[in-house]
Design a protein. Structure first.
Length: 404
């Protein structure tokens, strides 16, 4: 069994004129617990998953995560290709993926692994097919619970297949792949967005790339000038200060944001701390709220958390932006006290000058007839999460000049 190699081989670092790598897609790693879509153990299976990158480049590499695994993860083979419209490989684009020059790897429990660079030219907004063959049993696959891409499980080693076979079955959640990075033709920067379900895009059409971060990437790709990649690091149900669904944003910030190659901009968009702290404790909400342990927090706690994230971003040379917390009146989580706290935090975000810019998502979504609620045409029906139109409205509201 091969040892895990966490530093890819290849010419990177040997050419002083080489353009630096930049992350172009990401999904925050999560433990495969009862807070995410159920994933059965994998064994002697190929996972074939499609991701859409934001910025393009002439070479790609893939980050695979075993960070929540309880045993070493054996990778028997891996392959990447440009995806066609049916989930197959576009003609002639398939390339084997290696690790330290080898076609196999073992990833220790609790660790990620970065592949070797692959000479594959991928344009901005390309969809990539990434296939991983897992020869051994994987009981605790690191995953991402909200599945906005497309993926399948195929028996045996199917990494060399150019099209989706008949025995493929859909995956209920994203598994093992946590990032794709590119070496662009010209210098590029990444915009990392740390957030909750409204960043993760709950309510948008699955597999259609209709989250506001996806649509922001489209706007940036259509703009002439500097390349800006958009990295969605949202986790549905995530909080700033306390673990629950996913590791708390303050705790995962170094891994999911500050370690982003090419990081230039950080957007903070986490609003659940106040929502869950002030939520009504009823028979209807008890089961859901049990996933969110810890003491309630208040306005000052949330402000302090925002200041911490902004300071840590700037210490890494990145600009820090904050999004106001959108309304949630009419949802089962709503209380007037929680809404008052939300408004206080929003007022501070708008006026404190603590950030390099503000994304006023509250102003975009609120109903003029009742500012505690989302406009009826912009939410998915639960008065809490957007629909495709709602996320499009957020993306269109963002001033692209914030990103240079």
């Amino acid at each position: 069994m091969n040892r895990a190699i966490n530093t890819p081989s290849g010419p990177e670092g040997s050419d002083p004129n080489a353009i630096a790598w930049v992350r172009t897609w990401g999904a925050s790693p999560q433990a495969p617990d009862n807070s995410v879509s159920f994933i059965e153990p994998f064994e002697n299976a190929t996972l074939r998953q499609i991701v859409r990158i934001s910025g393009g480049g002439r070479r790609v590499r893939v980050r695979i995560s075993n960070e929540y695994g309880t045993a070493p993860l054996a990778i028997g083979a891996a392959r990447v290709a440009i995806a066609d419209t049916d989930g197959g490989d576009a003609g002639g684009s398939g390339h084997a993926v290696t690790f330290g020059g080898r076609p196999t790897a073992t990833v220790p429990a609790g660790a990620p692994i970065l592949s070797d660079p692959v000479d594959l030219r991928a344009a901005a907004l390309s969809r990539l097919v990434i296939s991983l063959y897992l020869p051994g049993r994987v009981d605790t696959p690191t995953c991402h619970g909200t599945f906005h891409a497309l993926g399948w499980r195929i028996p045996g080693d199917a990494t060399a297949l150019a099209s989706l076979p008949a025995d493929a079955t859909p995956l209920p959640a994203q598994a093992l792949i946590s990032a794709v990075e590119v070496q662009p033709d010209t210098p590029a920067k990444a915009i990392a967005v740390i957030g909750d379900s409204r960043v993760d895009g709950i309510g948008s059409t699955p597999g259609a790339d209709r989250r506001w971060t996806d649509l922001l990437a489209e706007r940036l790709a259509a703009r002439n000038g500097r390349t800006r990649c958009v990295i969605n690091q949202g986790i549905g149900g995530n909080r700033l200060l306390t673990d629950g669904v996913g590791t708390a944003a303050l705790a995962r910030f170094d891994r999911d944001v500050l370690a982003t190659p090419g990081l230039g901009h950080v957007i903070i968009a986490v609003g659940n701390d106040l929502v869950f702290s002030y939520a009504p404790r009823t028979a209807e909400t008890a089961g859901f709220l049990a996933m969110f342990p810890g003491e309630p927090v208040g306005v000052d706690d949330v402000i302090a958390a925002h200041l911490q994230l902004a300071a840590r971003a700037r210490a890494h040379g990145a600009k820090a932006y904050a999004a106001t917390i959108a309304p949630y009146g009419g949802s089962e989580m709503y209380t007037p006290e929680g809404d008052k706290a939300r408004e206080q935090v929003n007022a501070w975000i708008r006026t404190s000058d603590a950030f390099d810019g503000v994304l006023d998502f509250d102003a975009v979504w609120r109903d003029p007839a009742d500012p505690s609620r989302i406009r009826p045409d912009l939410h998915m029906g639960d008065n809490l999460h957007g629909n495709d139109s709602g996320y499009a409205a957020l993306a269109e509201s963002i001033d692209l000049s914030l990103f240079g």
